[in-house]
Design a binder for this molecule. Structure first.
Ligand code: SF4
Ligand code: SF4
Length: 321
């Protein structure tokens, strides 16, 4: 099966201090995979020639100094891919400059800025009293330059009552609003020992369902309350089949949640990693639904890549009831 998308953690360096994520505590900048290693590791090229989406994530991806050179390499390997960057929105000028340069590499590049509620709550969850103002400043600056921007919010008991207002604000500015829930991930968020997580995951699903119906922004949202009531793999997942997660040191995982490293592209090629017996075993476990999660970058990936979006939208409305 051709690879349709992948998420690439371009750096673990982060200027954010979010309470539910510990990436910023483990930056590991020295071992970041180099451009040369990426070019060499993403072989054979036929593996990636049909890739449609590359998610640039971090840390704060805009803080990687050679992100533009990196994007240029990725574009030569995946000529049909669209870049989609996730940012905390803190470093307005740097983000603007990176996005402007990225647009030269991919004219359709999009960006998601994280904002977790109204000012006080956002400051609390993002661990920074300046985040709210700076992130909105970045959103407006990007919009003024004609970029496609969306806002991503982690749903928690602390901000659930503010999501409608935040969503109204997004609508007023013509911005898409994406809801997510706090997930645990040892190899990505490094938050497996985070003592705040459990309380932040206790979401009132009845309330959330009502909010989602009012917001009505994204078919991805419709399954969320159902998943939270009974966490399981609700649909066949194709992570590890048509998508993967590449971390900042070159490790390949099926996704940002499943902590099974398939190999490292500084030591093998992607083709060797992908075709290994171990990768096959992990795929078997995914097919058997031994794992589950709910995040836009994974669920939307397989929805978009594998099932006709129109059918899914119809199903979503029914199943959400
Ligand atoms: S969630 Fe993102 S912005 Fe926040 S600390 Fe983690 S990597 Fe940084
Ligand atoms: S269900 Fe979730 S955790 Fe399991 S492979 Fe798919 S994306 Fe990863």
């Amino acid at each position: 099966m051709p690879i349709q998308s992948f998420n690439f953690e371009v750096t673990r360096v982060c200027n954010g201090r979010c309470v539910y994520c510990d990436i910023w505590k483990t930056p590991n900048q020295q071992n970041e995979i180099s451009i040369y290693q990426i070019r060499k590791g993403l072989q054979p090229l036929r593996f990636l020639e049909k890739t449609r989406v590359i998610g640039l994530t971090g840390g704060e991806p805009a803080l990687r100094k050679d992100i533009i050179e990196l994007a240029m390499i990725l574009k030569t390997v995946c000529p049909n891919a669209q870049f989609s960057m996730v940012s905390n929105g803190l470093a307005t000028e740097r983000i603007l400059s990176v996005m402007t340069e990225l647009r030269r590499v991919d004219k359709n590049v999009t960006i998601s800025i994280s904002i977790d509620g109204l000012e006080e709550t956002d400051s609390l969850l993002r661990g920074d009293p300046t985040h709210f103002q700076k992130a909105w400043k970045t959103v407006h600056a990007l919009r003024a330059k004609g970029f496609s921007v969306c806002i991503g919010s982690m749903v928690t008991p602390k901000n659930i009552d503010e999501l409608e207002r935040l969503s109204d604000e997004c609508v007023a500015h013509g911005i898409k609003h994406i809801l997510m829930v706090v997930n645990k991930s040892r190899h990505y968020y490094a938050n497996h020992n985070n003592t705040e997580l459990q309380a932040l995951q206790q979401i009132d699903t009845v309330k959330l369902k009502k909010i989602i119906k009012k917001i009505n922004q994204n078919y991805h949202h419709y399954y969320l309350p159902k998943y939270l009531r009974n966490p399981r793999q609700m649909f066949p997942c194709f992570s590890g089949f048509t998508s993967f997660f590449l971390n900042a040191v070159g490790n390949v995982y099926p996704c940002i949640h499943l902590d099974h490293c398939l190999g490292n592209i500084t030591q093998q090629t992607l083709g060797e990693v992908w075709n290994s017996d171990y990768a096959q075993q992990i795929r078997y476990s995914i097919v058997k639904k031994y794992c589950h999660c709910y995040t836009p970058c994974e669920t939307q990936g397989w929805l978009m890549a594998n099932i006709f979006p129109k059918i899914i939208r119809g199903l979503a409305v029914k199943l959400g009831d």
